[in-house]
Design a protein around this ligand. Structure first.
Ligand code: BDP
Length: 716
């Protein structure tokens, strides 16, 4: 690892004065503490381009107040006319204060775009933030505030920004009883019982945080859906949240349970071709829009893991999605139809099934349907190849679904910055449209020309004071928003911005934190699922290792199904001699991944079944290399701890202590993953550990006997 650890001597000079406010993480990256280098530019006043600003512009003005009061001790005065040193806010709907010919026009940047530029006034230069929409203007305000908080001087800047993706959504997997499926940050932040009468301040702070990173949609409820949310009392609660979010440019979406017409109104069927069913959904859509005129639409998990769907009636996913799309279409809503499906009968390799099911439906969906595809073909594992549907659906808009909550990467205690995982997926070349056909370019419509584009992230937010269960998991929320806005952004750049806003603008401390973040995901891969192994976690709760499990109700829920380890070999043959899942990828990937010699080590056991004594590119045997990866993962966590400790004095004590304790948990659990995995592999292959390797702390029986009935975040 290439760390720039801080020498203690250097730190002594970098000591920061104790912070006035407890650093409990509540303020996220919106702390607005004065940067180490000082606030470079404090506007003389703020001038809006209109007399009667919209709610969105008023929220932007509020944000400027919060920020400058915190950064400098006082709010900015409001001015009447732009002059030297002023900050001027304008949008297409807020520009009548300008002479007709001077009105800023940023229509070329689209709906959410904005510019930050210099406005020459008779009295000297002002800074102008101009958005096409008021939401665009608000994004510009947040950008200016983030830059200021990081110590940048915004005078003389020439920024032009526009999102590459239209719909940038968080998907909450929150149940109506406030349990969050795969949530590790407490309960759901939606207090359904007290809504709509009590509006927790958190709702607005949540909206501010989302708006600051460009998120413009929120699906409130679990994809394993409860039809109750579609009943009038709950729609009233949903409408109250929508009212809070609206000024921040955020639309509300709901998960639609396909059998809702039967469950809520006793229809005998939910068959999408049945006219009564169609009318039921149309009436439901009318009812929703009467309460929430800008309702975003439905997110649907159908015929997957026991959820009802059109296939219950012999209809296709397209017929189901289109029926809902027709109900939403008159109101401008969309259907986000998930492609996370696999058959209950297990006819083929599970990682092939979504492609098998959806590829033939390419072009069969209505224009307001977008098929939502997880980043990999299995299920949010620490590493997977990209999903082969990206690029394969030429006539269907595809949304990328990422998991912000760390179901498979150590819950909220392990430090695992997901920016690098997502960057790996987004920059992966599908080759479908020739070299450079990255997943990012498929998703943002650059290659497909699809007008509807979307990225969704499964939320990691809960009722914990710090929102995400750990301070470092805030970075994953932040990075998700930034990458949804610009799928080609650099994960390292995002980490740097986040670390400066969240922990320290002191360059030394910031660099230590960034290096920790950049190394963290690979450390997790090393101690959990190295060399292309996957799905080795404990059953149901997914906490900790359980590679020995081979006897669940269905084979493709077991770890054994994925690793297939025997005395001689390990791995899943997905080449032509095996399941031939590689046939779902374009050339030259197909050819490269068919051959062990040209398959990258990190995907080796994903695509191949390999003898334990196979000679790796490094010259070591597979077994030696595997052991080495586990050891490396454990020692990488040790390094994270050392580097974190080097920050003592450079960051606040509260967070220093809490992150230290979490790193201790991570170190313990990394060791557990390594030891349990090695003990199991040795029981299968009968091999000794390479000389000098520390044996597992316990025998295999010990690890197998561990039980975690109360692990957080479990499904039903
Ligand atoms: C799996 C989760 C499960 C979700 C499912 C999904 O374990 O809780 O319901 O994904 O995405 O990873 O629908």
């Amino acid at each position: 690892m290439r760390f720039r650890a801080m020498a203690l001597a250097a730190l002594a000079t970098a000591l920061i004065v104790p912070l006035a406010q407890a650093e409990d993480g509540y303020r996220l990256w919106l702390r607005y503490t004065a940067p180490a280098s000082g606030v470079a530019f404090t506007p003389s006043n703020i001038v809006t381009g209109c007399d009667d600003p919209s709610p969105t512009i008023r929220k932007s003005l509020d944000e400027l107040d919060i920020a400058f009061e915190s950064l400098t001790g006082s709010k900015l005065p409001r001015g009447e006319a732009p002059g030297q040193g002023a900050l001027v806010l304008a949008s297409a709907a807020c520009n009548d204060g300008f002479a007709q010919t001077d009105r800023p026009d940023v229509s070329g940047l689209g709906q959410d775009g904005y510019t930050i530029s210099t406005l020459a006034t008779g009295d000297g230069d002002a800074v102008l933030i101009a958005g096409q929409s008021d939401a665009g203007l608000m994004y510009g305000v947040f950008d200016l505030l983030m830059r200021t908080s990081r110590g940048e001087d915004v005078r003389g800047l020439s920024v032009e920004e526009a999102p590459s993706v239209d719909l940038r959504l968080l998907n909450h997997w929150d149940n109506l009883d406030r349990h969050v499926e795969r949530g590790y940050a407490g309960q759901s932040i939606w207090n359904w019982h007290l809504l709509p009468d009590f509006l927790d301040r958190r709702y607005e702070d949540y909206a501010r945080a989302n708006a600051s990173i460009g998120i413009n949609g929120v699906s409130l409820t679990n994809v394993n859906a409860d039809a109750t949310v579609l009943t009038p009392p709950y729609l009233e609660k949903v409408a109250a949240l929508a009212d809070v979010f609206r000024p921040y440019g955020i639309k509300v979406y709901l998960t639609a349970r396909f059998s809702a017409p039967m469950e809520l109104d006793g229809l005998p069927t939910a068959d999408p071709v049945n006219e009564d069913v169609q009318e039921w959904w149309q009436a439901k859509a009318d009812e929703i829009y009467a309460r929430i005129p800008d309702f975003g639409g439905f997110l649907v998990k159908a015929n997957s893991e026991g959820q009802p769907g059109p296939q219950d009636y012999g209809r296709s996913h397209a017929e189901g999605a289109n029926m809902l799309a027709d109900a939403l279409e008159p109101h401008g809503g969309v259907v986000m139809w998930r492609a996370f499906v696999y058959s209950a009968e297990e006819p083929e390799d599970r990682v092939k099934q979504a492609y098998t099911e959806f590829k033939p439906l390419d072009g069969a969906f209505r224009d307001n349907v977008i098929v939502q595809v997880k980043n990999g073909p299995l299920d949010f594992q620490p590493r997977e190849p990209f999903h082969p549907l990206f690029g394969a659906m030429e006539d269907t808009p595809l949304a990328l679904e990422l998991q912000v909550t760390k179901e498979y990467l150590g819950f909220s205690t392990h430090l695992a910055y997901l920016g690098t995982l997502w960057e790996e997926v987004l920059s992966a070349d599908t080759y479908v449209y020739g070299q450079g056909s990255t997943v990012a370019k498929v998703v943002d419509g650059a290659l497909t020309g699809e007008p509807l584009t979307a990225i969704a992230g499964v939320s990691n937010i809960g009722s914990d004071r710090n929102w995400t269960g750990s301070h470092f998991d805030q970075a994953n929320w932040y990075a998700f928003g930034r990458l949804a806005w610009n799928p080609e952004a650099s994960a390292e750049r995002i980490a740097r911005d986040w670390a400066a806003l969240t922990f320290s603008t002191g360059p030394e401390a910031r660099d230590v934190i960034v290096d920790m973040m950049m190394a963290s995901r690979e450390a997790v891969v090393n101690y959990m699922t190295p060399l292309g192994l996957t799905h080795l976690m404990g059953t149901g709760h997914h906490y900790g290792p359980a590679p020995w499990v081979d006897d669940l109700g269905r084979a493709d829920w077991t770890p054994y199904y994925y690793h297939r380890a025997t005395k001689d070999a390990i791995g899943f043959d997905r080449t032509q001699t095996g399941s031939n899942a590689i046939a779902q990828y374009a050339e030259p990937l197909r050819e490269n991944w068919s051959d062990i010699a040209t398959t990258p080590d990190e995907l080796l056991l994903w695509f191949h079944r390999v003898p334990w004594d196979h000679e790796m590119k490094s010259g070591r045997t597979l077994w030696e290399a595997l052991v080495d990866h586990y050891d490396r993962g454990v020692s990488q966590v040790g390094e994270l701890k050392v580097h974190w400790q080097s920050l003592e004095g450079a960051i606040d004590r509260e967070r220093l202590r809490e992150v230290s304790a979490y790193l201790d948990i991570q170190a313990k659990e990394a060791r557990w993953w390594r030891d349990a995995s090695l003990a199991y592999w040795m029981s299968v292959n009968g091999l000794d550990l390479p000389a000098g390797t520390e044996p597992p702390a316990h025998d295999l029986g010990y690890y197998k006997a561990l039980e975690f009935p109360n692990a957080p975040g479990q499904g039903e």
